[in-house]
Design a protein around this ligand. Structure first.
Ligand code: HEM
Length: 438
């Protein structure tokens, strides 16, 4: 059994390249090795990046019982805890997933529409006439939204505490250099930023346990996700423990707002940089009946969101797929237990699927339908992102609120805006700023 080719660069240097310039790392390897290549990083077992839709289909389209995922996501363990949906496998995963999917889908989305609109409107109004950091404002909107949906928490004292501590915790490992502590075990020391991260995480935990306790005391539970999790029972009639609840809450909070905020920041940047896209979008919005229920019937708005997530996917890899038995990928016989990562970024940038792949051209999504293995910003199969519909819904409502009730311009900056590491995701450069007007 052989693994696909790998770069001869020493593993420590490869890891450093990945930490400081993940996009450059992927592109350099793709240019050299193409559809399948192996990665050898210091401290990690070798794994494979999968960059062709046919092979992606073999992994994401397969029966999920043939693969594990959570077992390979060890990096996330200190961030999210052992019981996070992202870290579970098998029956435990399926059971939790079944529980967590409905609140983020279907009619439930409609009920959040007005809430998201009000949150966005209030913040844009507060910032009107000022220059703001785009990601930070988008993050405030997405965090407030997810806190409402997950905890049923409105802006108030506990909300402010969670917002402050969670944001501080994220920042301790966000920048490319600080994120190094996530990947390099010997940086995980009390005297590095990792120590600070653990301290903030403990403070966040205290708040989450207090929120769980307060919710357990309530006579009648609400329709928020925490209430749903508290009342859930497994097939043996067991309720979730506080630790299980905490891990799932933190997962939803982190996965649910960081990603959406970065996607929105890219959207605003790209719309501003492409006046013809902006004009076309504004024309579509002008003809819209202003009803939340019809937002998903705006094809160009949808295409703008899709194209943004194609060009700049926030998660550049899916979670790993680990075959339980030997599998054949192209010319390679891959041993059971090998970590295989479909690479969202590289597939989305393939010129044979997306002509002029570096161009922002939402129309491509109106001209052609892409398969779930050519376009998969939310991963796929039995592990597809449970928040995909929710994130798109939120993106559309925030964009519509800004474009119909206000106006904005990206502030010109001599330093280019580039995809930059932010913890384990990739976001626009942190200096992206905009000016909000009416
Ligand atoms: C633009 C925003 C988002 C992007 C780009 C994104 C992307 C992803 C990706 C690529 C995966 C891995 C899927 C796979 O391995 O096949 C994932 C999983 C996940 N996402 Fe998202 N996500 C976003 C928003 C959200 C939101 C809003 C939530 C929560 C409400 C969420 C919760 C999760 C969870 C819990 C998983 C794990 C699913 C599982 O393992 O079964 N995400 N997401």
């Amino acid at each position: 059994m052989t693994l696909p080719p790998h770069s001869p660069t020493p593993p420590a240097l490869q890891l450093w390249h990945w930490i400081t310039d993940p996009i450059g790392y992927l592109e350099a390897n793709f240019r050299r090795y193409g559809d399948l290549f192996s990665v050898r990083w210091q401290f990690f077992q070798p794994f494979v990046l999968v960059n062709h839709p046919d092979y992606v289909q073999q992994l994401l389209g397969a029966d999920p019982r043939h693969f594990d995922t959570g077992a390979g996501s060890t990096l996330l363990r200190p961030l999210l805890g052992d019981y996070s949906l992202l870290l579970l496998d098998g029956e435990a995963h399926q059971q939790q997933r079944k529980l967590l999917l409905p609140p983020f889908h279907g009619d439930r989305l409609l009920t959040y529409g007005g809430v998201i609109q009000a949150i966005a409107h209030t913040l844009f109004l507060a910032y009107r006439g000022t220059v703001v950091n785009v990601r930070q404002v988008m993050q405030r909107i997405s965090l407030t939204t997810i806190l409402r949906v997950v905890f049923g928490l409105a802006v108030g004292e506990r909300y402010s505490q969670v917002e402050k501590l969670l944001t501080q915790m994220i920042e301790t490992v966000a920048s490319p250099l600080k994120a190094a502590a996530i990947f390099i075990p010997w940086l995980q020391q009390p005297w590095t930023n990792w120590g600070e991260f653990l301290e903030k995480r403990r403070a966040v935990d205290r708040l989450l346990f207090a929120a769980i306790n307060a919710k357990r005391q309530q006579q009648t539970l609400g329709s928020d996700v925490l209430s749903l999790l508290i009342s859930a029972r497994d097939k043996d009639g067991q309720a979730m423990t506080d630790q299980e609840l905490r891990d799932q809450l933190l997962t939803l909070l982190l996965a649910g707002h960081e990603t959406t905020a970065s996607a929105l920041a890219w959207c605003l940047y790209l719309i501003d940089r492409h006046p013809s896209v902006k004009t076309k979008l504004l024309q579509e919005i002008k003809a819209w009946d202003n009803q939340i229920a019809t937002i998903n019937q705006l094809p160009y708005l949808h295409a703008v969101c899709q194209e943004t997530l194609r060009l700049y996917p926030i998660a550049i890899l899916t979670q790993p797929r680990i075959p339980r038995q030997t599998i054949q990928l192209g010319d390679y016989t891959i041993a059971a237990g090998t970590l295989l990562f479909p690479c969202i970024y590289l597939v989305h940038r393939r010129p044979d699927i997306y002509p002029s792949p570096a161009e922002f051209r939402p129309d491509r999504f109106l001209e052609r339908q892409y398969s779930s293995y050519e376009y998969f910003p939310f991963g796929g199969g039995g592990r597809r992102c449970i928040g995909a519909a929710f994130a798109l819904w939120e993106m559309k409502i925030v964009l519509l609120t800004l474009l119909t009730e206000f106006s904005y311009r990206i502030v010109p900056d001599p330093t280019p805006i580039k995809p930059t590491r932010r913890g384990i995701t990739v976001a626009p450069s942190s200096h992206l700023r905009m000016y909000i007007t009416t």
